[in-house]
Design a protein around this ligand. Structure first.
Ligand code: AMP
Length: 125
């Protein structure tokens, strides 16, 4: 079910548990701003999630509330992860689902990195 993006941050969401090390993930990268790990139900040959280290429900929450240094550091980290994955050469797609219409399911901001194949249609359904 998509989330209500105006809800307060819920510490019990699955990505909060992954950040706290309470449940495992298939880690790609970690730094002071982010944790990146493989999506459990990949929708492309490469499908990695990058989440900020902080209590941000959504892209809207993050861009409204996070300090400038966090926003800059997190965006730079997404770039770092794409280069680690070596998708920067052939190219890739980034996606952030936000709120109900965006069909965001986990209430902790996450950037999807899709790669490893050619993409065509921007909005498939
Ligand atoms: P969204 O619809 O943008 O909220 O995407 C949530 C994503 O989180 C989906 O692609 C799920 O497959 C992924 N996901 C859910 N639980 C886990 C988990 N424990 N580890 C890795 N990915 C997960």
């Amino acid at each position: 079910m998509p989330i209500d993006p105006r809800q307060p941050y819920d510490d019990s969401n699955i990505f909060a548990k992954i950040l706290r090390g309470e449940i495992p993930c298939n880690k790609v990268h970690e730094d002071e701003f982010c944790l990146a790990f493989h999506d459990i139900r990949p929708q492309a040959p490469i499908h990695v999630l990058v989440i900020p280290k902080g209590a941000y429900v959504s892209w809207d929450d993050f861009t409204a509330q996070a300090p400038d240094a966090m926003i800059a550091g997190f965006i730079r980290s997404v770039g770092t992860v794409t280069r680690l994955l070596e998708v920067d050469g052939p190219g890739y797609r980034l996606m952030v689902n936000m709120g109900t219409f965006g069909h965001q399911e986990v209430p902790h901001l996450h950037v999807h990195i899709f790669g490893g194949r050619q993409f065509y249609q921007m909005i498939p359904d």
